[in-house]
Design a protein around this ligand. Sequence first.
Ligand SMILES: Cc1ncc(COP(=O)(O)O)c(C=O)c1O
Length: 483
Amino acid sequence: MGEPPHRRRAHTRSRDIERYAGLFAERTKVMRSSAMRDLMAVTARPEVISLAGGLPDTSTFPPQTFAAQMTRIAQESAAEALQYGPTEGFEETVDCIIEVMAAEGMLPDPDDVIVTTGGQQAIDLVCKTLVDPGDVVICEAPTYPGAVPVFCSYQADVVQIECDADGMRVDELEEALARLDREGRRPKFVYSVPSFQNPAGVSLSLERRLRLVELARAREMLIVEDSPYGLLRFGGDPLPPLYQLDGGDYVIYVGTFSKILSPGIRLGWAVAPPPVMEKVVLGKQAADLCTSTLTQYFVREYFAEGRWREYVDSLAEIYRGRRDTMLAALREHFPPQATWTEPEGGLFIWATLPDYIDTSDLLARALREDVAFVPGQAAYVDGRGRSSMRLNFSGVGDAEIREGIRRIGKVIGSQVDLYGAITGEHQRPKVSPHMSAGEAEDMGGIDSRPNPDPSRSDSPGPDSVEEGRGSVLPFRRSKEAEG
Ligand SMILES: Cc1ncc(COP(=O)(O)O)c(C=O)c1O
């Protein structure tokens, strides 16, 4: 007898939904799709320029190195590399992780480390360990779009704290914590991407890092520091990771090889205090038994060569050039009212458009022009971020970045013109990079000040604004954010 014919279900019909709906777990009602994953189907089309993904440039990894290492594994360790491994990961992989963390000044105990299937699984396992339905989880606004579906699937009550040019507003966090105290609610953890944040590209200042760690210690509150980009710095001075400042008592650290080597190998890690780690390991046993043995062998071989840091530095150099290309293209093609961040590392720029432009609608138009970005709403749990977008500059070359931004600029331009025609409103004057943040905010709700001074009253009217191509003020608060 032959194999049964392969069945592919083209579409889910309403009768199918009815048949299964009664069986779904409560949590499925609040599960959210990942915006980036949804976009991947479209952006896989070769004609589409994708500024949507968070893709590192894997074409820079030498194929000969890959071939040589995989060949060595096949010749010398085939049976072991094809076998299951320990749930915590191999000691040799943990040694590589310790090396990566040491490069940023951290010295974790190897026993506190678990190797995971990407940083994404580490976030999931931490939530699985700590979050019951209705528990409060605090994160940045905007936050990593891939964390949003995780928080939602564990039915967390997510509180988002505004960011500015210096990362999360720790003063606002303190206010939120005081409010939660009054309500008798203790947050399970504060999730932060402190270095070259995804999606905003900003980094938490040293002062705020120190204050955040101080708060965690004083309140016995956990912080989840998710840091895929710390080593991808191409400007400014290195900042100490929260884990280093805290020493690992209250900071759970999440890392990954995805952005310094390859996301395809799906290798990440978590470092947590022993009582937390014990539960994380149980969660991982239930999830997938162990992380890929084969790719752990690959990392071991690769690190044995001793050139991993050189490769990371070469990536940072490439990304610096692409960031500059994107910034130049933004100045040329985005309207004067737009603002964007100027990251000193990582993979992303966060741009904010006039309030009347909804970037989810804009994306539909942009896709007709064969270009994609991530709409800002994906980085919020509550519908904010409608006028913002995340732009990736690592995954495509300079020519595509220029063309991609030109196409997005074109669709934005037609929206701006349409708005002008309907409302009769003329374009507002440009926000100059030389303007003080307070002046800029008075014009359009831009907030780039680490510590806004509400007492300011010396802002000039729009007429006094200097002309100057391009706005580099990092954050504009949406209407909803102010409300
Ligand atoms: C902040 C952050 N955390 C976690 C991840 C997940 O990375 P991975 O699962 O590939 O390690 C990403 C990927 O883009 C990220 O930007």
